[in-house]
Design a binder for this molecule. Structure first.
Ligand SMILES: Cc1cc2nc3c(=O)[nH]c(=O)nc-3n(C[C@H](O)[C@H](O)[C@H](O)COP(=O)(O)OP(=O)(O)OC[C@H]3O[C@@H](n4cnc5c(N)ncnc54)[C@H](O)[C@@H]3O)c2cc1C
Length: 331
């Protein structure tokens, strides 16, 4: 339940902190800032990354809760400490002086902030296969820790689009002994990889995947179609999306981005370059959650928001202390 109605951001209102994005990272940061007696506005466009999933898993005490319910509870907690949450989109944000940012919203309103917490998440770019995007987060999956248990012991296909696919297949084998690797557009596995796949009983299917079949029964994937028309039965298909940040606000702030690279050197996408507490290349701007770490799960994104908010509060404390000392000396 939301304790307070969502308000509209008034033009030219000033806040200590504007939080861009109201997912787990942004709301956790806003909660800490509200409890630190900072004025905080969360602007959220309402498209959290895990929205297509029926349930969110592995957040201790909230395992299995629908993603929307988790965020609704989070918004209510922020509002409880006088934080404001608006459904809107930050179009641009820019520094307009030392310790001052101007934030333009899609509704046409503009607000100013002394600090920014960027928590705008990222976008999963899916392989372009007919029928695949519609199943994303339901039975087209990427993260075994998010969905593996729900498809345990079922026929799982892994779609290869890059060198990570063999690792993915070996990983998903933990949840089912019926795993198939579809080579699709990915590279031919090495002899060593073939040996590992064979040892774990993972079949390798040659040929390009051209479609995802859904049976009427239970609204579930029933198989994967290959060029030539063969349909290989499976109940879930694992893919490796590209993880990219939403560039517009990041560019307007002039933030540095970096490539997100897997341990084997595969480029997975990009993220905003940030230190452990979320400090970015632009003074006064912190980043938390998937925008800074595409691998962050909900609990990690929330923790990043908490950490960044504490850093922001301390930065403001330091600024206020400097000003107080100046004033005292001048008196
Ligand atoms: C299908 C799927 C299922 C998943 N399941 C799980 C799971 O079970 N457990 C788990 O721990 N993790 C899961 N994850 C990962 C989880 O989604 C992320 O860890 C989490 O969403 C990251 O939180 P975030 O706050 O960084 O970003 P998000 O949750 O994506 O929130 C970002 C918010 O910012 C908003 N936004 C973006 N740009 C702007 C802008 N310019 N102005 C205003 N608002 C903006 C977006 O609309 C969005 O609401 C899953 C991911 C996917 C794709």
């Amino acid at each position: 339940m939301i304790a307070k109605e969502m308000q509209s951001a008034g033009d030219d209102r000033s806040y200590d902190v504007v939080v861009i994005g109201g997912g787990a990272a942004g709301l956790s940061g806003a909660l800490v800032l509200g409890r630190s007696r900072r004025s905080v506005l969360v602007v959220d466009a309402g498209r959290p990354r895990n929205a297509p999933a029926a349930a969110s898993h592995n957040y201790l005490t909230r395992d299995g809760v629908p993603p929307g319910a988790l965020l609704a509870d989070g918004r209510a907690e922020v509002v409880r400490y006088d934080g404001e949450v608006v459904e809107d989109e930050v179009v641009t944000a820019e520094a307009v002086g030392e310790g001052l940012f101007r934030v333009a919203l899609g509704s046409g309103a503009g607000v100013t902030a002394r600090r920014l917490l960027l928590a705008s998440g990222m976008v999963d770019e899916l392989p372009d296969i007919p029928g695949l995007a519609e199943r994303w987060g339901r039975d087209v999956l990427h993260c075994p820790y998010c969905h593996g248990y729900e498809v345990r012991d079922q026929a799982i296909g892994v779609l290869s689009t890059g060198p990570m696919a063999v690792r993915q297949a070996l990983l998903w084998r933990q949840w089912s002994d019926d795993v198939r690797l579809f080579l699709h557009t990915g590279p031919e596995p090495s002899d060593e990889e073939y040996e590992k796949l064979a040892a774990r009983g993972i079949a390798v299917v040659d040929g390009e995947v051209t479609g995802v079949k859904v049976s009427g029964k239970g609204d579930r994937i029933s198989g994967v179609e290959l060029a030539g028309g063969t349909v290989v039965p499976c109940r879930a298909l694992v893919v490796a999306p590209r993880f990219d940040v939403r560039a517009k606000v990041i560019e307007s702030l002039g933030l540095e981005t970096a490539e997100s690279v897997a341990p084997d050197g595969t480029v997975l996408g990009n993220h905003v370059a940030a230190g452990p507490g979320g400090a970015t290349s632009v003074p006064g701007v912190w980043a938390a959650g998937n925008v800074a770490d595409p691998m962050a799960k909900v609990s990690i994104a929330a923790a990043m928001g908490v950490h960044a908010a504490a850093e922001i509060n301390f930065d403001l404390v330091e600024e206020e202390t400097r000003a107080a000392v100046r004033e005292r000396r001048a008196a």
